[in-house]
Design a protein around this ligand. Sequence first.
Ligand code: 5AD
Ligand code: SF4
Length: 433
Amino acid sequence: MADPKKLFIKTYGCQMNVYDSERMAEAMGADGYVLSDSAEDADMVLLNTCHIREKAGEKLYSDLGRLKKLKAARPDVKIGVAGCVAQAEGAEIMRRSPIVDLVVGPQSYHRLPEMARAGTPQVDTDFPLEDKFDLLPERKATRGPMAFLTVQEGCDKFCAFCVVPYTRGAEVSRDPQRILTEARGLVEKGVRDLTLLGQNVNAYHGDGWTLSKLIRELAKVDGLERIRYTTSHPNDMEDDLIAAHGDEPKLMPYLHLPVQSGSDRILKAMNRKHTAESYLRLIERIRAVRPDILLSSDFIVGFPGETDQDFEDTLSLIRAVNYGAAYSFKYSARPGTPAAEKPEIDGDVADARLQILQALITEQQRGLQQAMVGREVGVLYEKAGREAGQMIGKSDHLHAVFVNDPHGRVGEMVRVRILASSSNSLAGARISE
Ligand code: 5AD
Ligand code: SF4
């Protein structure tokens, strides 16, 4: 038998891209490709790209520049570009970088194998009527006890800064029965902690189900211990979903709920359709049913027109919430979005604001992590640590936890007493039953 062909995939950006890359690998696996750790000896190199900010998009072209040598030495190597830059730029990518053989958008990557087989340059950035998930092979062995599962894609919110509605398209929810089947398959392969993915996951409405109904049905799957979901929009946090945080034990006490800004003026300009006050009230309601929930958010600083006062309002909101984690970004104008038409603010001012905001978030994150010391938490072991007998896992609150446990196994759920907190992890001792 001939040696299998090797596929190297580089994934940029969000968790949905991580999920898509796995599914792409499985699709190519059906065509005889196995995953490789390096581009050097690969028969095909696939770059699964992100377009959310300018820097993310530019990474593609610097990587393609580096791949030129490889293509010159081995012209048979297929170079593919997938993901949101592929969707946004299409054939333009091939004009900028002639080494690229195929360009495939996020909604058509089930066609990857046939595109790779073709002898001519291939571009597919359609939003086809058929569902790619129906056409992809079944899920393969997973990489560990934590997995992602895409349940919803696309976004109809049109925040003024965001390319997602253009690159991922309109909001589409997958059929709940297929999601349940995929989830059961993942659990059979050892998954214990499942994160439901969607650009607007709490707007899920597959076959008339809400996200909370989907969560409650998933919670009935034996062997699935933990359920999470990301990313959510504040305006789609319906009562039944909030209630699930209070009474569904498998739904983990961690919620990523982006607010972007704490200034009503900026929120309006961003077309967010909520206010700082309505967001804070929502957090209060969630905390009322799940007091220990750890909150995370996304922030953009330096949005066009942002004044010192607007930025102060964002800091006030952060102080009012007390976040356990957050992602924060300097505004980056994206071609085709409404905000890109507006004059930008001074880049140095935005940089300085980002530093101040990140310092505040880091302080809060460390504070909440430190507060775990002395507490007993559930930990799911993900891998062995570097030191002998050490296991590394994730707590219910998604903190990384180091445990000295020579008999620990990957995939095991254990109770741990937290003993110490360092900059970005906890250490604890297993509580024996
Ligand atoms: N500039 C900066 N950050 C952005 N995000 C989305 N678009 C932009 C942009 N143009 C951030 C938002 C979003 C996260 C995924 O990326 O905070 O929630
Ligand atoms: Fe982008 Fe999220 Fe706004 Fe949708 S809700 S437009 S994905 S930032």
